[in-house]
Design a protein around this ligand. Structure first.
Ligand code: MN
Length: 409
């Protein structure tokens, strides 16, 4: 019997507004490690997006060191960690990590190879490997499919040439499907033996929830996967942070280990435990809960009334991530005092805006999206900010901005 724990979308070293999420996310990783220990897990699968795109190199180094502390016992006891890259994982960093690990202990270079347990594997391209169960009686085949990017999937001559975003998307979808088919056609792949697919991808029919995390639906790649449930004993998906299964309990998104933005405030956090025997899946997958940080927003219409009430209603909000919208009246409320009082109740507010009653109003655009280019950010900001203005004025201003951006570039 092989006991496998499925998790995904760790986004280590992420930020929310002014708040660094490193400690929250480390607690999430420690909860996963505790489940591995308590449930006697053999294999931990992390289905992509290990690191936040906001993580700096020194933070990444610290994160790897944290893994060493947290998973040392698991790995020394013969546990194996299988990971793959998602759309947020830095390509260069992950390749470097993978090369260094291969150098230290070469394994898994040939498709279908049985790899030794007790270490971490990171798939930065489509990968097929097998692991032996602890009683040395059978193998489980693992197919690891990173999020499709041109460098990971469009190999060979002209592979990375495409005329439009749509064409790129189409080529990547096709390349993902071809890579998956090729693995199943490989002489070492036994369609009758136990197999687990782990992938960072949107599968048709899944429910996205409030948003795809920092990715528009037009930019996303969607695969069909209508045969996954019969081809694999379990399908461990990452990418969509909303936990769910797709028609079959063994085809599922585990969700993240933390809530990462307001759109995820209602997500229940968990990791999924399942068992594979010599004849395939045994029993039903079980969701193991992972506690997490509450995220919510609060609108304060009248500080005199609201602050004593909030103080009574939220006595334990010291860890909560809160977006504050404040309305106050000059002469009646002292804004500085209001902010100070709110900071006492919600010390981890991650964003706040205020509006003086009758004033022009706060920024409509909110905080900048760090995944966009400079030019995109400026254009989007102006578009949102000037939403309520005359079209002619807006166009004139955008034209000026475009000129300035061109000069900068
Ligand atoms: Mn993700």
């Amino acid at each position: 019997m092989m006991r496998i724990l499925h998790t995904a979308d760790w986004h280590l070293n992420d930020r929310l507004g002014r708040i660094d999420r490193t400690d929250d996310l480390r607690k999430g990783v420690e909860r996963v490690a505790a489940h591995c220990r308590e449930q006697k897990v053999d294999v931990l699968v992390v289905a992509g997006d290990l690191f936040s795109e906001l993580a700096r190199p020194d933070a990444l180094r610290e994160t790897i060191r944290h893994w060493q502390d947290v998973f040392a016992d698991f790995l020394n006891g013969g546990g194996t960690i299988l990971t793959l890259t998602g759309n947020h994982d830095n390509e260069n960093f992950c390749q470097t990590l993978r090369h260094a690990m291969t150098l230290a202990a070469p394994a898994g270079r040939h498709p279908g190879e049985r790899v030794p347990p007790g270490r971490l594997y990171l798939a930065a391209e489509p990968t097929f490997l097998r692991l032996r169960d602890r009683t040395d009686t059978f193998d489980v085949q693992f197919v690891l499919m990173p999020f499709p990017t041109p460098t990971r999937y469009l190999k060979g001559e002209g592979g990375q040439k495409y005329g439009s975003p749509d064409e790129k998307n189409r080529l990547l979808t096709e390349a993902f499907n071809v890579a998956l088919k090729d693995i199943r056609k490989h002489p070492k792949f036994d369609t009758k033996a136990p197999a687990v697919l782990a992938a960072h991808i949107t599968v048709f029919g899944s429910e996205i929830g409030a948003s795809l995390f920092r990715l528009s639906e037009q930019e996303d790649i969607v695969v069909q996967g209508e045969q996954f449930h019969e081809q694999y004993d379990y399908v461990a998906l990452g990418h969509i942070h909303k936990p769910q299964f797709l028609a079959y309990p063994h085809v599922r998104y585990s969700g993240s280990i933390e809530r990462l933005d307001l759109g995820e405030q209602h997500n229940a956090l968990g990791a999924v435990l399942f068992e594979i025997g010599p004849k395939g899946r045994e029993g039903q997958p079980v969701v193991l809960p992972l506690g997490g940080t509450p995220i919510y927003e609060i609108t304060i219409a009248d500080p005199t009334e609201a602050i004593p009430r909030l103080r009574a209603e939220y006595p334990d909000a010291h860890n909560d991530l809160v977006n504050l919208h404040i309305h106050y009246t000059a002469g009646e409320h002292n804004l500085e005092e209001v902010l100070r009082d709110l900071e006492q109740i919600f010390p981890r507010w991650y964003a706040r805006d205020w509006k003086e009653t009758g004033a022009l109003g706060p920024s409509l655009a909110g905080e900048a999206d760090r995944t966009k280019s400079f030019a995109e950010t400026v254009r989007e900001f102006l578009n949102t900010e000037l939403m309520n203005h005359m079209d002619g004025d807006r166009d004139a201003l955008l034209a000026i901005a475009d000129e300035l951006i061109k000069d900068c570039e």
